[in-house]
Design a protein around this ligand. Structure first.
Ligand code: SF4
Ligand code: SF4
Length: 350
């Protein structure tokens, strides 16, 4: 089995959009709790593939008129297709006598594992999660933008990832970074969770390359993504009109945000109608929608369309309850309100 045969099968038969291969040596700087060999000691190659999110999935959520399309097709449904592709490519590899270990992108954080510190003294860490984005960069699929999201030449930030570890030694792809993100910082401007830092950055070193991304506040992102941020969730505002969680004041970790989202989920009937779990209410308006829109307009990616996605700034609600909450029927449209909702802030939900 050559790299070429594997890629041909993955693209032409399975239908993935892109596939790349990294030799395991490129992971030598990965911390032990994120190293692929902790899952599969015999790993020689890390295969990463993508399935694009349809651009149309962002319609509705970008105007605050329709959430399910993004939830169903860009999240749950697309994740199933990624898993299916993972299985089919894995079967192809195992038919050739090599092992295929599917390593689905999951929470890539130490704190997502069982309680307790990462063990020292050569003991195995308890919960290994490979950074899917770094693995994708190592496999030559693209670069990480300032937002920390993977950007590819074809779709910019608009894809989901699958990973397979194998003991097959395959021809690797070159790592190419630094040519897509132009540092526009629109992701920062339009992130409703104030999660993407404008100035503070972290350095990532892998596969002989070094790059910087913003020092993402993943806790605030989680609260916003789970729909607990009033600025992007009329659903939350409607159910809990008097509860305010100013994002800039939140110091929660990722797991705390996760647990809080799940704890409140049963009380949010509209979320339950969209999904079996709380997710994707933000619509990734900063890190994906604004970034995609910008990269398309600047023709920095290849998958372009006959029409611009939008020329409007993303909508956003007020974070604090306003006078129209006095009736407490949730977020009530006030046609007389000419103030306080200028720019991109809207008030017409009830
Ligand atoms: S929005 Fe601009 S700065 Fe942010 S990741 Fe995309 S291209 Fe880079
Ligand atoms: S998902 Fe939403 S809150 Fe999280 S970084 Fe992207 S735009 Fe910001």
């Amino acid at each position: 089995m050559t790299s070429e045969e594997l890629k041909k099968f993955a693209k032409e038969v399975v239908g993935v959009d892109a596939i790349g291969i990294a030799p395991i040596e490129r992971f030598e700087t990965a911390p032990e709790y994120m190293h692929p060999r902790q899952i599969f000691p015999g790993v020689k190659s890390v295969i990463v593939f993508t399935r694009r999110i349809l651009r149309g999935c962002y319609r509705g959520i970008e105007r605050g008129t329709h959430w399910p399309s993004y939830q169903v097709f860009a999240y749950a449904g697309l994740t199933k297709l990624v898993h299916q592709a993972n299985y089919r490519i894995g079967r192809f590899i195992e038919d050739h006598g090599f092992e295929a270990v599917p390593a689905p992108p999951a929470a890539t954080l130490k704190e997502a594992g069982p309680r307790g510190p990462v063990p020292e003294g050569g003991k195995y860490p308890r919960n290994i999660n490979i950074s899917a984005r770094i693995a994708a960069v190592m496999a030559g699929l693209g670069e990480m933008g300032w937002s920390k999201v993977l950007l590819t030449d074809d779709f910019g930030p608009r894809q989901r990832l699958g990973i397979i570890l194998t003991d097959a030694e395959l021809e690797p792809d070159p790592v190419r970074i630094g040519h897509i993100c132009d540092g526009c910082k629109l992701c920062v401007r339009d992130c409703p969770g104030n999660a993407i830092d404008k100035e503070k950055s972290i350095e990532i070193k892998a596969g002989g390359k070094t790059w910087r991304c913003n020092d993402l506040n993943i806790g605030r992102c989680k609260l916003t993504h789970f729909g607990l941020n009033r600025r992007t969730s009329p659903h939350f505002v409607k159910t809990f009109p008097g509860i305010v969680l100013p994002m800039m004041e939140q110091g929660n970790t990722w797991v705390e945000g996760w647990n809080f989202g799940h704890a409140l989920f049963d009380a949010l009937p509209t979320y339950k109608a969209f999904s079996a779990y709380p997710i994707a209410i933000c619509g990734a308006r900063g890190c994906i929608i604004s970034c995609m829109n910008h990269l398309e307009k600047r023709k920095r990616i290849k998958n372009l369309f006959k029409r611009n996605f939008t020329d409007e700034k993303p909508w956003m609600l007020e974070e604090k309850p306003q006078k129209f909450h006095e009736d407490h029927h949730g977020f009530v449209y006030d046609p007389e309100d000419k103030e306080g909702f200028g720019g991109n802030v809207q008030s017409d939900w009830y």
